[in-house]
Design a protein around this ligand. Structure first.
Ligand code: PLP
Length: 377
């Protein structure tokens, strides 16, 4: 059982062949396919302007370049991919890390007031493993303090919160089309915004800083974060399959969660991207044993971002630290079915129970109490 396996077939191959066959007359960038992909993406999420990029990291970098001045602070989850924080730093900002809520792994809104300073300009919110973050509380906090919100939706394509697709709740959303994600273009990303001004600036910065009138010259330094026509063509075909992928993922995730619960696991995070199970035995040993019997697992994430030496942060993020140290992330992708879900849950239970029987338990107790706000699709 692989953690992720992109599903590609004849439609994607034909679409790529078509782009290459016409390459002598239609350019391989800016040839029109990417724009069609952007429009199809906008329709799928029901709003906003979509701007295709070379990765989610690129989209996040553009988003923060649009929003920050040097020295601005951005509150960033400690439990995320380094890309979220790197994008802030590369745009001249300073990430200030916020701990996670133990029920979901999403940013804990109760911690936000403690992290606010006169320099705080924005809030980065990550929808952890596809489960929408506590957006009501985040939006309320951001409004009261005049902050922008950047939603990192790398793991949350297809997720809705209060009737809106994620990425359309804050000021800007960033998506990933890396191979392990809900759909893929090899590498690739999408910036989504309801702000025409932000969209215009992001489009300029995506291509060296050029505006619509190339003869007018460049007024600000941009990058080359464009998506190629080949990626756009693959993306269009993957978008057609996306409803099927999402349905399968959700069904697998619900089945896996129920099976894990019936086997006695009660601290489970995530939604349709993957499920993380917080264990009370040596997680790394369990992962080794899982792979030795054919189950590939992952860890989201191996360490809190502020623990990377580059951030030179002191401080404690106990919930993020606990999740990074104790959780194992199980796949629910569309390459798998309920049979795989049952087998991986039973195998995990067998391995964990053997560890417990040998008396190596007691590393962490799951939280008790009601789940706080956090809607589902
Ligand atoms: C939350 C989050 N943000 C951003 C990224 C980076 O995405 P990409 O590889 O498309 O740059 C990832 C990658 O997994 C991620 O998990």
């Amino acid at each position: 059982v692989k953690f992720a396996k992109p599903i590609m077939g004849e439609p994607e191959m034909n679409a790529v062949r078509e782009v290459l066959r016409k390459a002598h007359k239609v350019p391989l960038t800016n040839g029109g396919r990417v724009r069609i992909f952007e429009e199809a993406f906008q329709m799928m999420v029901c709003g906003g302007q979509a701007i295709a990029t070379s990765s989610c990291m690129a989209a996040l970098h553009l988003a923060f370049m649009c929003l920050l001045k040097p020295g601005d602070e951005v509150i960033v989850p400690a439990l995320t991919h380094p890309a979220t924080a790197h994008a802030v730093a590369l745009a001249g900002g300073r990430p200030v890390f916020c701990d996670a809520h133990p029920e979901s792994g999403n940013l804990d809104p109760d911690q936000l007031p403690l992290l606010l300073s006169p320099k705080t300009k924005a809030l980065a919110v990550v929808h952890f493993l596809g489960k929408p973050a506590y957006m009501m509380s985040c939006v309320d906090f951001a409004r009261r303090h005049g902050l922008a919100i950047v939603e990192d939706c790398a793991l949350a394509l297809g997720a809705f919160h209060s009737g809106r697709h994620v990425g359309l709740i804050g000021d800007v959303g960033c998506f990933s089309f890396y191979p392990a994600k809900h759909m893929t273009t090899g590498e690739g990303g999408m910036l989504l915004t309801r702000s025409p001004e932000l969209a215009e600036k992001a489009i300029r910065l995506r291509a060296f800083g050029y505006g619509n009138d190339r003869d007018a010259g460049i007024e600000e330094i941009g990058l080359n974060y464009r998506m190629t026509e080949i990626q756009g063509a693959i993306g269009l075909e993957q978008l057609k399959r996306l409803p099927g992928f999402l349905q399968k993922r959700l069904s697998n995730a619900e089945f896996l969660r129920d099976t894990l619960k019936s086997l006695g696991f009660n601290h489970i995070l995530g939604r349709d991207y993957a499920l993380s199970v917080v264990l009370d035995v040596d997680r790394d040993e369990v992962r080794k044993q899982m792979i030795s019997v054919g189950f590939e697992t992952s860890v989201y994430y191996p360490r809190p971002v502020p623990h990377h030496p580059v951030y030179k942060c002191s401080g404690e993020w106990p919930v993020a630290e606990m999740i990074c140290r104790q959780s194992i992330t199980l796949p629910v992708g569309p390459h798998l079915d309920h049979g795989h879900m049952k087998l991986q849950a039973e195998t995990l239970a067998e391995i964990v129970n053997a560890h417990r029987a040998r008396g190596r338990g007691g590393l962490h107790r799951p939280p008790s109490g009601p789940e706080i706000e956090g809607a589902r699709a």
